[in-house]
Write a protein that binds this ligand. Sequence first.
Ligand SMILES: [Zn+2]
Ligand SMILES: [Zn+2]
Ligand SMILES: [Zn+2]
Ligand SMILES: [Zn+2]
Length: 486
Amino acid sequence: MDELQNALNNKSLTISTFPEKGRCLFTTRDFSPGEVIISESPYVSVPNKNKESPESKCEWCFSSTNLKKCSACHVVWYCSSICQKSDWKLHCVECQALKKVDKERLKSITPSIRLMVRLCIRRKLENQKIFPTTATDNYKLVEALVSHMSDVNEKQLVLYAQMANLVNLILQWPDSEINIKEIAEIFSKLACNAHTICDSELRPLGTGLYPVISIINHSCLPNSVLVFEGRLAVVRAMQHIPKGTEVLISYIEIAGSTITRQKALKEQYFFTCTCSRCIKLGQSDDIRESAILEGYRCKDNECNGFLLRDSDDKGFICQQCGLLRNKEEISIIANELKYISERATMSLSSGYKTEASVAYKMIEELQMKLYHPFSVNLMRTRETLLKILMELQDWKEALSYCRLTIPIYERVYPRYHPLIGLQYYMCGKLEWLLGETEAAVKSLTKALDILRITHGTKTPFMLELLSKLEEARAEASYMLRSQNED
Ligand SMILES: [Zn+2]
Ligand SMILES: [Zn+2]
Ligand SMILES: [Zn+2]
Ligand SMILES: [Zn+2]
């Protein structure tokens, strides 16, 4: 590990270990907003393929264009011979194994199984000195990751054992080279350490193991952000980070009450968060915030107060005007919501988008009656509606929902959060499309202000944003000139 510490020292970082928190990554100099703190290529990675992301992707760079199947195993795809070559050392062993798997079994091979197969192969190749290692890229770093085996429940353990068996069946290595129990334990490591690789717009593309970035701990109010540039994971400072500060990213969706966030962290990562937001649990500020994010709205439509449970348990009382909303009235709306939500999900999963959009608008209306205007539930419904309306190419309505989500994003996320930048970007693109040039310039400028911090400035994604903004600016000034001439 001294090797790793040395390599990190050269990047103005250091690892400190604390009994209650384990390893933590600290800065040894100041970092300014947008500066890259650390970047890492995956130890192993694999593209995903599921309902949300059904298209095939390049095994190496996750691109979904110009793909060709590996002609030997017919399982993996590559977008170019460069990508195929880069992956060959590992895939040539994997390919031999996959070729022998019968068609029926191939269907049961999930991305997590493939990730584990790749991990086993890489470790073996490293041991045989076929695969080169560096201080920041070797199996010892995977060994050092936490596994939480003792926290995993019985059912999950059985599942891990089954998955380990499948890995064994695929590899068909002699007993001396493979240990089912150990593989089951690595599966539990992957569950809390592997990262979802996303594109610049935060759509999931695959899964990767980044053992150095895995050292970075979680905060519900993070100072840094993890984004991906192809397969490369990049952590950037979201704010000024002074020397001697712990680098923190968020592992989960941070829009939610403290209880919701803590539950998510406990279930997937097995720890109780003690970040600056979480230590306020139960204090008046935290109670108010949770009631706004997940609680009901005041009976009086003009009142923006938040509601807390009444001591007589008759219902919920507005903390601003004192009006009571009784339980019965709330449960009538909640039941109606449940009924329509089931219908909406069904329409959506069967691909009836127009019907789904009608149903989600009914949900939105009911939620506006039930929840606080800054409710996360309402925000999620509007996100879903925005997505459906974009697919239906109803740009005008999509724009109105995009605009509705922004004030809530700005409330629940830190100032330079990628989601706020991306939402402004979408807003700007829609405004541009609908001929609202001046508004587009404003939105795209806001998008750029945020995304240059979280995404850097040099990726194709950012270059496209820059050129869109330039185009919109040119058009706006042209329009201004012709108005003046009239
Ligand atoms: Zn590729
Ligand atoms: Zn192959
Ligand atoms: Zn927290
Ligand atoms: Zn009120």
